[in-house]
Write a protein that binds this ligand. Structure first.
Ligand code: ZN
Length: 310
């Protein structure tokens, strides 16, 4: 079992309010929620806000399911850097006798994992992951590279928590830039600053911070130090219900990591670089409910005007 991180009293109180108002719907597992209509409405408006901000770049629209071929997770090294967050899909492959035994154990809520075998599927851990092999399969990039809007996709992180802002399954609204190194970094920097303004326009006290990924173990601490030193990752953080502000968007420069795994080449054959930006849709929605109250009709007019404009 992954370590369960209980929420702080403030996080627990905020979660209780969200459940009481049926903005979130509790399940029997921490960090897994259904969503009520108003919560879903706000998530949709957050996604639209990002779509409007990105429209001038005319990104190519691609959508993927929340499952990834296991081979892709293996190829990008996810099990080295984030073994603690990964989720893989297992399924039954056995005899009638084994099926009966599995069912008996399941009825008693005992361990039935020995009857389960690994499939070719894992849960998608980041919405940009399916984009890289899809672009690589086309061959050399067009001049200027590509920008892909991967939409708002469900992703999984195995980290059960009592903090409503730390869900196990949530939406990432991701846009990916693949091209020449200078162009990719410039794009990342433009979005980094644009996002801080976007979130401030909807009344959130957004701040920019150099950040690191939650890499696993001792080797991970070294990776994080190098990531910070090279300023490969930035986050926009907002106070939600944590003692510390919560990251609601991240801007990641992968250098040649994904391009070298999949062989993504620039026009002319040089290796491409990649960057992505990911908005934590539920976290932005939670930040809005925290800042403006649980009744969306009562939110300040200027905030509603920004979110609900067509
Ligand atoms: Zn990404």
């Amino acid at each position: 079992m992954a370590d369960y991180r209980p929420g702080t009293p403030d996080q627990a109180a905020f979660l209780a309010e969200l459940l009481d108002r049926r903005l979130l719907i509790q399940t029997s597992v921490a960090g897994l929620y259904g969503r009520g209509a108003d919560f879903e409405e706000v998530c949709g408006r957050v996604g639209d806000m990002v779509t409007r901000a990105g429209a001038p770049e005319q990104p190519e629209q691609l959508r993927f399911p929340p499952l990834l071929p296991r081979r892709d997770l293996e190829s990008v090294g996810y099990l080295k850097t984030f073994p603690h967050l990964a989720g893989s899909i297992f399924a039954f492959e056995g005899s009638e006798g084994q099926a009966a035994e599995q069912f008996d154990r399941a009825c008693r809520h005992e361990d039935w994992s020995e009857f389960q075998s690994m499939t070719e599927l894992v849960l998608t851990p980041a919405a940009c992951y399916p984009v890289y092999p899809a672009i690589a399969a086309r061959g050399e990039l067009p001049a200027g590279g590509v920008t892909v809007d991967a939409g708002s996709a469900y992703v999984f992180r195995h980290e059960p928590s009592g903090d409503p802002a730390r869900m196990q399954m949530f939406h990432q609204r991701e846009i990916v830039r693949i091209g020449e190194p200078d162009a990719v970094v410039a794009w990342r920097d433009v979005w980094r600053d644009r996002t801080t303004s976007l979130l401030r326009e909807v009344g959130l006290d957004a701040e920019l911070a150099v950040a690191t990924d939650p890499f696993f173990g001792r080797a991970g601490r070294m990776l994080a130090a190098s990531q910070r030193e090279q300023e490969l990752k930035f986050e926009v953080v907002v106070q939600i219900a944590g003692p510390e502000p919560t990251a609601v968007a991240s801007f990641n420069y992968h250098q040649d990591h994904f391009a070298s795994v999949y062989g993504i080449e620039l026009a002319g054959g040089a290796e491409a670089h990649t960057a992505c930006l990911g908005f934590g849709v539920e976290r932005i929605a939670l930040a809005l409910f925290r800042a403006h109250g649980l009744e969306i009709e009562a939110w300040p007019q200027e905030v509603r005007g920004q979110l609900w404009r067509v």
